[in-house]
Write a protein that binds this ligand. Structure first.
Ligand code: VGL
Ligand code: ZN
Length: 247
């Protein structure tokens, strides 16, 4: 019963989004708890790294339950007029792979010219099955798929800026040229690629939200709590999907 009601509601919400229907408040300003957002043309959902390697069965499936958020992300896709999907996209022998540093192990941290780097199992190698987006994603209306981490000697958790904090991906320019000012982040991992993306979105001047229940974290040595702390300090708003879906 609840399910059915909810589906009807969602259909209504999707229709309203298309027709620009009912005007539920969507002030960009403060995300007070309980505030309802109706994503308009000025809003984008960024779906971060929902790739086979980060999901159960993949080589870096450290974000537990990454697959559980797919139905929710698909539902959110029906209410966002703008969707950008990202792919971690590394060349073989990438600097973030433990296998590229003899004597190291995955999940160990080393110092690189651009700063601290956590080392990972090989993952999301360009053109591999693990790098493909999950085939359970249903986001046919997404307008852009953007790849990152393709420079062999720089990692890029963020979809805006690589780990040297200089090299840009071009996403901020793309969004601004399209008149987008609000960014809603979902996907994996909350404490790595989602967090860095959200913080860089703020830095680039976007009003930024992370939809917590549409994200999953890795949580290595308290990294998830630390990431929320850092995001909050930078002005990223932490919201739940019902404040978007119940509009
Ligand atoms: C990610 C570790 C390595 C992520 C990407 O998508 O959060 N994590 N590369
Ligand atoms: Zn990576």
């Amino acid at each position: 019963m609840y399910k059915k009601d909810r589906r009807t509601l969602l259909k209504f919400a999707a229709a309203a989004a298309v027709t620009g229907g009912f005007g539920v408040a969507s002030t960009a300003g403060e995300a007070a708890t309980g505030q309802i957002f109706k994503p308009g043309d000025d809003s984008v959902m960024i779906v971060v790294d929902m790739q086979n390697d980060f999901l159960p069965g993949g080589s870096l499936s450290a974000a537990k339950g990454g697959d559980e958020i797919i139905p929710l992300i698909n539902r959110l896709g029906t209410v966002f007029p703008n969707i950008v999907i990202t792919q971690d996209w590394h060349p073989a022998g990438h600097i973030s792979f433990a296998s590229s540093h003899p004597g190291t192990k995955p999940f160990q941290t080393i110092k690189l010219p651009y700063g601290e780097q956590m080392l990972w199992p090989d993952h999301c190698v360009q053109g591999s099955h693990g790098a493909e987006l999950s085939n359970k994603l249903e986001l046919a209306t997404a307008q852009l798929i953007i790849r990152k981490g393709y420079h062999k000697n720089i990692d890029s958790y963020s979809v805006f800026e690589e780990a040297d904090h200089k090299t840009k991906t071009g996403l901020a320019g793309y969004l601004k040229q399209r008149g987008i000012s609000k960014v809603f982040c979902t996907g994996v991992a909350t404490d790595f690629c989602v967090a860095w993306t959200a913080m860089d979105a703020r830095k680039a001047g976007f009003t930024t939200y992370v939809i917590e229940d549409a994200s999953r974290g890795v949580d290595i040595d308290g990294s998830l709590a630390k990431a929320w702390d850092a995001m909050t300090k930078k002005g990223v708003h932490r919201i739940q999907s019902n404040s978007v879906l119940s509009a």
